[in-house]
Design a protein around this ligand. Structure first.
Ligand code: NAP
Length: 532
């Protein structure tokens, strides 16, 4: 991806990510032999968001087929014209990925009220439960919940010793009747993990369940990412989960829960490594279930009051993406439901679908999810271009300036777009590489064109960006300027002006109140000058 971006090719090539037996499909053979490649699919979602121009497609080939057949299928897919971007082949069957509602879609509290037949979840007194990230916010939240539900022996694993606040929480667990062993160990280090599991075995209180929650973030858009940042993020999730799987696979566990993220379900710009690491957890849950072991991967959305998320402003960024925040109580309610059920991979994410119109319209993965949203978004997709084309040529630039300003304001969360000066640099106003990608993508969609990923760097303020867009988007299709004025063209111009005043009315309808006030003040000022 980095090489493709650097190459600055005039026409973007298409990107196919090809895996072999990495996706679970409803076929006879449920074991995903290519589990190690499953994470690539999640990163593909981030590639699609950060670089829509690459039209990234994921194809999973059937490992049971001969290489020749696999090559033929791949050839056929590459020349296929269809819009599917997540495809798996098993035998002669072609599968496409779709997000579907889980049985719990009605809302957790409501479901719990209705679920009279479901046995309440409880934990065994005579068993040990291991929580990696046991000293993190979510880990301690879950530990407390498990103790309240009967767990008596916990092993909390973290890479550092607990700080004062967490030591206090651990003391509270002990006062509630649990014996708590704190293990300082790196989940990605096989020797440390072997030692921890050996100690549990020696305690004669058998391990009955694992919650793998360790993780860390090192965000950045893919074009600026480094391999070392990928390694750091993958260490606890990928290596840690694999060690846990291997070291416990011969023990009769009641559950093996993996804390994944919405990043691997829906993609998350600027979190390619996080999505990739969590994609492995999702694949591992399917792999384990395929070989008859327990496995559940939960794509959590942003959890409220979890320090790292709050400090990094991820809540705000997720909300801008149309996602809400889950309360700690909802986390526990969801865990209760999911750990009592039989799902393998589930998302727990509050989503404001109206903010997702662009993606719902374009992404087949969401096609079965909200058909009504899709219909409206298809209609509105090129609304701005229609408006631009219907506007008199001499008024198009100001329309474009207002449009670029609004998109920039939206991406940066600026409430008064009109306050953004045309010459002030985007980066002086708080833009970073992630928001530069968002701005480029928003303009690409609304202008229905392909734009370079270095757009905000090459044209770093509203003025220069509008100049560029005007040259590339408006002028090539604008052949009216050179025509001499004949009665017919004057007539055409009049009708154009009529259309343009209609389009201006619809533009005015979309203006913020203070923008209207400013425009009215400006017009009155001009009239005053004329009268003088
Ligand atoms: N919080 C959210 O909003 C959210 C959303 C989606 C998914 N998740 C997932 O849920 C899990 C917990 O999230 P959180 O926000 O509670 O995380 P957190 O507070 O940042 O805690 C991360 C924990 O992971 C531990 N850890 C990191 N690398 C480790 C390693 N190699 N070995 C052992 N422990 C390691 C850290 O231990 P030390 O501090 O001792 O290093 C820390 O306790 C993560 O996997 C995260 O991806 C969280």
């Amino acid at each position: 991806v980095q090489a493709l971006v650097k190459a600055k090719l005039s026409q973007s090539p298409r990107l196919w990510l090809v895996t072999n037996g990495a996706q679970p499909v409803p076929s006879n053979n449920l074991v995903i032999l290519g589990v190690a490649q499953s994470s690539l699919w999640a990163m593909g979602k981030v590639i699609s968001l950060e670089h829509p121009e690459l039209k990234c497609v994921r194809i999973d080939l059937d490992p049971q087929q001969t290489i020749k057949t696999q090559a033929e299928v791949l050839f056929q897919e590459i020349w296929s014209e269809d819009k599917e971007d997540q495809v798996a082949w098993r035998g002669d069957e072609r599968y496409v990925a779709r997000l579907v509602a889980s049985r719990h879609q009605q809302g957790i509290s409501q479901q719990q009220g209705d679920a009279t037949t479901q046995k309440p979840l409880c934990f065994r007194e005579d068993a040990t439960y291991l929580i990696t990230e046991g000293m993190g916010d979510l880990g301690l939240l879950v530990a407390r919940w498990m103790v309240d539900k009967g767990a008596k022996h916990l092993v909390l694993l973290g890479s550092c010793s607990p700080d004062d606040a967490n030591s206090q929480k651990i003391t509270e667990l002990e006062m509630a009747g649990a014996s708590v062993v704190v293990e300082q160990a790196d989940a990605s280090d096989v020797e440390s993990m072997t030692r921890v599991l050996y100690k549990i075995e020696q305690s004669n209180i058998p391990l009955a369940g694992v919650i793998h929650s360790a993780g860390m973030l090192s965000d950045g858009v893919l074009q600026n990412q480094s391999w070392s940042s990928f390694e750091q993020v993958m260490a606890s999730k990928v290596k840690g989960a694999w060690h846990l799987h291997q070291l416990t696979q011969n023990q009769p566990l009641d559950f093996f829960v993996l804390f994944s993220s919405v990043a691997s379900l829906l993609g998350s710009p600027g979190q390619g490594n996080h999505a990739l690491a969590n994609g492995f957890l999702d694949g591992l849950a399917h792999y384990r279930r395929g070989i008859g072991l327990p496995g559940l991967s939960i794509h959590w959305g942003s959890v409220a009051q979890v320090e790292e998320v709050a400090e990094r402003g991820a809540d705000v960024s997720l909300q801008k993406q149309g996602m809400g925040v889950i309360s700690p109580t909802q986390v526990l309610e969801s865990l209760e439901l999911l750990m009592s059920g039989s799902d393998i991979e589930v998302g727990v994410v509050p989503i404001e679908w109206s903010a997702w119109q662009e993606r719902v319209a374009q992404w087949p993965f969401l096609a079965d999810w909200q058909e009504t949203t899709q219909t409206t978004s298809e209609i509105s997709k090129s609304e701005f271009l229609l408006k631009l084309n219907a506007t008199a040529p001499n008024e198009r630039r100001s329309l474009l300036v207002a449009h670029v300003r609004r998109k920039f304001a939206l991406v940066l969360g600026i409430h008064h777009p009109e306050s953004i000066s045309l010459e002030t640099g985007f980066f002086d106003l708080g833009m970073d590489s992630l928001t530069s990608v968002e701005l480029r993508n928003k303009l690409q969609t609304s202008l229905d064109c392909s734009l370079p990923s270095s757009l905000a760097f090459d044209y770093p303020n509203i003025q220069s960006l509008t100049d560029y867009l005007e040259k590339t988007i408006i002028l090539p299709s604008d052949d009216t300027g050179s025509e001499s004025e004949t009665p017919e063209t004057i007539l055409d111009k009049d009708s154009l002006e009529l259309e343009s005043s209609e389009s201006l009315f619809s533009e005015i309808n979309q203006l913020y109140e203070n923008e209207i006030d400013m425009a009215v003040d400006e017009a009155i000022g001009q009239l005053d000058q004329l009268l003088e």
